[in-house]
Design a protein. Structure first.
Length: 337
C-alpha cells in the first residue's frame, strides 16, 4: 500500500506543495476556490493528514487523553461521551484508555498517553491511591482528575459533592416517613464512597435514625453486584422500609433481585439510587435518584484542562458541583400507611 502525500495532491492539481499545505491549514493566502479544489482532490485520492509531522510543526497534537477506570460503567461511558463532544467543540480529538480497575494498568496507559504526546489528560482515578501512584508523571502533562473528591491535594479536579448527595437523599426518604433506611453497596477504600456513606450517616443521626449498611465486597459498582448483594438481603424477612443504593447500577441490580423475590418496589420497599445514569429514567426502571450533572462536569473538565494547556503557569483548581434530587416512581410515602 502506498500512502498518498501532499506532493501527490499537488502534482494532480498542478500547483505547488506549499499551496496544498496552506489550503489544508486554512491559510488566508489561499483563495476559497483553490481550497475547495484541494480538499476535493484530497478526498478523491484518499489523502489523510500526517498528524505526527503536523504536531512537530505546531508544537501540539490537538489530542486529549481520557482514562476511565471501567468503560462498562454506564456513568463513566456517559461522561466520556460528553467529554468527547466538548473536546471536539473546542477543536480537540480524544484518545480513550480503559484502566480496567487496575492501578498498574492505569499507570501504564497514563505513560502511554504521555508518550504519545497528548496535550493533556482527563483521568477517572481507579482508587483513592491513584494520585500517589501517578504523582511522578503529573508534571510531564497537564492533568485534570474527575469524579473523586481530592480536597487539599495539589491537583486539578472536578467532582460532585458526594456527601451532600447522600445527605439530600436520606433527608428525602425521611420526609416520606421512612425511619429504617438500609444503605446498600458501601465500598471501603473508595474516597467517593466514603463521602457518600458519611452523608447518609450524618443525615440519619440528625433525625435520630440508626445507620445500617450492607457493604460491597465487589471491586466496583455494577448491576450484577447490586443483584447479588440484594439477593442476600431479600433472602431474609424485610426489616427496612427503604434502600438507598450507593449507585444507580447497584439500584438496578436491586430491582432485578426484588422482582425475582416477589418484592414490589415501591409498594413493599422504596429504592433510591445515585448518579442518574441514562437507564434510570426508563419507564420500566423509573428510579428516583441523586443526579450528578454529567454534561456540566464534562464541559468544566475539558475547559479546565485547556486552560492549563494554554497557560502552564496556572495553578490547580478544585471544583465541586452540587447534586440534585430526581424524583421518579421508586419511592413512596409511608404517611398514610
Amino acid at each position: 500500500m502506498t500512502k498518498v502525500t501532499i506532493k501527490d495532491v499537488a502534482k494532480v492539481l498542478g500547483v505547488s506543495y506549499a499551496t496544498v499545505s496552506r489550503a489544508l491549514s486554512g491559510s488566508p493566502e489561499v483563495s476559497a476556490e483553490t481550497r475547495k479544489r484541494v480538499l476535493q482532490t484530497c478526498r478523491e485520492l484518499g489523502y489523510t493528514t500526517n498528524y505526527v509531522a503536523r504536531s512537530m510543526v505546531i508544537k501540539r497534537t490537538e489530542i486529549l487523553g481520557l482514562i476511565v477506570s471501567n468503560i462498562d460503567n454506564p456513568f463513566m461511558s456517559e461522561l466520556a461521551n460528553h467529554i468527547e463532544e466538548r473536546a471536539r467543540a473546542r477543536g480537540y480529538n480524544l484518545m480513550l484508555c480503559n484502566a480496567s480497575h487496575d492501578t498498574k494498568q492505569e499507570e501504564q496507559v497514563f505513560q502511554l498517553l504521555a508518550g504519545r504526546q497528548v496535550d493533556g489528560i482527563i483521568l477517572f482515578p481507579t482508587t483513592s491511591n491513584s494520585y500517589q501512584s501517578l504523582k511522578p508523571y503529573l508534571s510531564s502533562v497537564p492533568t485534570v482528575f474527575m469524579s473523586e473528591n481530592l480536597y487539599d491535594l495539589p491537583v486539578s479536579y472536578i467532582a460532585v459533592d458526594n456527601y451532600r448527595g447522600t445527605h439530600l437523599g436520606t433527608e428525602y426518604l425521611h420526609s416520606l416517613q421512612h425511619r429504617r433506611i438500609l444503605y446498600l453497596g458501601r465500598r471501603k477504600g473508595s474516597t467517593t464512597h466514603k463521602h457518600r456513606a458519611q452523608g447518609y450517616i450524618d443525615a440519619c443521626r440528625e433525625h435520630g435514625m440508626e445507620p445500617d449498611f450492607v457493604d460491597s465486597s465487589y471491586p466496583y459498582s455494577s448491576i450484577s453486584a447490586g443483584y447479588q448483594i440484594a439477593r442476600n438481603v431479600f433472602a431474609k424477612p424485610l426489616t427496612h422500609t427503604a434502600i438507598f443504593a450507593a449507585t444507580d447500577s447497584l439500584a438496578i441490580g436491586v430491582l432485578q433481585a426484588a422482582q425475582e423475590a416477589g418484592i414490589r418496589i415501591p409498594e413493599d420497599i422504596s429504592l433510591l439510587g445515585f448518579d442518574d445514569i441514562l437507564h434510570a429514567g426508563l419507564p420500566t426502571i423509573n428510579l428516583t435518584t441523586i443526579e450528578q450533572p454529567k454534561k456540566t462536569m464534562a464541559t468544566m473538565a475539558v475547559d479546565m484542562l485547556l486552560d492549563k494547556i494554554r497557560d502552564s503557569s496556572k495553578g490547580y483548581s478544585h471544583s465541586i458541583l452540587t447534586p440534585s434530587l430526581i424524583v421518579r416512581g421508586s419511592c413512596r410515602s409511608l404517611e398514610d400507611v
